[in-house]
Design a protein around this ligand. Structure first.
Ligand code: CA
Length: 377
């Protein structure tokens, strides 16, 4: 089998209600899908998490190196691309581009052998995955104390066992909002907070101490990803587990993160940190270092499917154990017109549980009409 074409699809959709994390407003969702075609009629799909126009340029740059190659030599192709760009892109958009290609190659491999990707990655530890609702962003109007408490209650009513709240808007306001959400959801629902690295360690520690009393599942990206010492300071100062890693890349980047003992939970993004090939390696390292692995997921159904294939094979966080803690899916509940529209069969949750697609490859079929509808060019 040979690769005959690699296509990039930049998709875009405006939002009816803009929302904000601590760093920026979001009034538009974009996506960058990778489509790899073979001479045997098999087509694979991947997605790059990152700035769409730049990751598309990366994929287009790599494309000539892939044409004519055997798509089943995934590991070799990964090494070839990484090696050729190593001097220029050990992190960031180059690896995000490579990630989308890697995921598409795994999709082809699964389709070639007629099995879901998780079968090829070692077999399923689980065929359904628990998820948490990622949402609770700020809106243009209204009282956040009121609308965030209400939104969180709605997730609980839908069956989600855990919700993640955006913080980073000032410690006092954060603490008040965290308290309101905790009161709204009750003591049994897991509550995580995410500062989207809008704080330095001084502010993050201050906030952490104020909200420790609300039983926080994890404090995500308290400080900027480069500030490893800041991470360590936050981790040693507060009792809340520290999470991060959505801005880290490849086994090399995560090796340094693991060695720094700066966080408790790592969150590589399957469509950014190096694809399924690399994230499986990072997951094995997390296991060896005794760190929890919960993937960051922020994309369309293609990214969700890729994340689910990996989640299916991740070991429990402590094992063997009668009641192990399993890794969970970050399930984005914010407005995203493209997310499910590009799938012929949407990936949904039932009471917070998501079934891992078990068809060949990623187990999804992309709706080409939707691709045309959201296409930028
Ligand atoms: Ca995050």
């Amino acid at each position: 089998m040979k690769i005959t074409a690699v296509r990039t699809h930049i998709l875009q959709a405006s939002l009816s209600h803009p929302f904000a994390c601590a760093r920026a407003w979001c009034d538009m969702r974009t996506a960058m899908l990778v489509e790899i075609e073979t001479d045997q009629g098999l087509v694979g799909w991947g997605e790059c998490c990152g700035p769409a126009r730049i990751t598309a340029a990366v994929v287009e740059t790599i494309t000539p190196w892939l044409i004519g190659e055997d798509p089943l030599r995934i590991e070799c192709l990964w090494q070839m691309v990484y090696g050729r760009l190593r001097d220029h892109g050990q992190k960031g958009v180059v690896i995000q581009g490579l990630s989308g290609i890697d995921v598409a190659l795994w999709d082809i491999m699964g389709k070639r052998f007629g099995v879901p990707v998780y079968q090829l990655l070692g077999g399923a530890q689980r065929t359904q995955v628990g998820s948490y609702a990622t949402g609770l962003y700020r809106r243009e109007a209204g009282d956040p104390i009121r609308y965030l408490a209400e939104e969180a209650s709605n997730y609980v009513a839908e069956g989600f066992p855990a919700v993640k709240l955006r913080v980073g808007f000032g410690e006092y306001e954060d603490a008040a909002v965290t308290r309101a959400v905790r009161e709204a959801i009750g003591p049994r629902i897991t509550l995580m907070v995410d500062a989207n690295h809008a704080y330095d360690s001084v502010a993050a520690i201050r906030l952490g101490r104020m909200i420790e009393q609300y039983d926080i599942g994890w404090f995500e990206e308290p400080v900027s990803p480069e500030d490893i010492n800041g991470y360590r300071a936050v981790k040693s100062a507060i009792a809340i587990p520290i999470a991060g890693g959505e801005c880290e890349f490849t086994r090399f980047g995560f090796r340094n993160l693991f060695n720094s003992h700066a966080l408790d939970i790592v969150q590589p993004d399957t469509c950014a940190a190096g694809g399924l090939t690399e994230c499986k390696k990072i997951a094995d390292m997390a296991d060896a270092f005794g760190k929890r692995y919960n993937p960051h997921v922020w994309g369309t159904g293609v990214a969700i499917a890729a994340s689910l294939q990996l989640l299916a094979v991740l070991p429990p966080h402590a094992h063997p154990s009668l009641r192990p803690t399993a890794p969970i899916l970050e399930f984005d509940r914010t407005e995203h017109p493209i997310r499910q529209a590009i799938l012929v069969e949407p990936i949904e949750h039932v009471r917070g549980v998501v079934r891992v697609p078990d068809g060949p490859g990623l187990g999804i079929e992309v709706d080409r009409k939707a691709l045309t509808r959201f296409a930028v060019r």
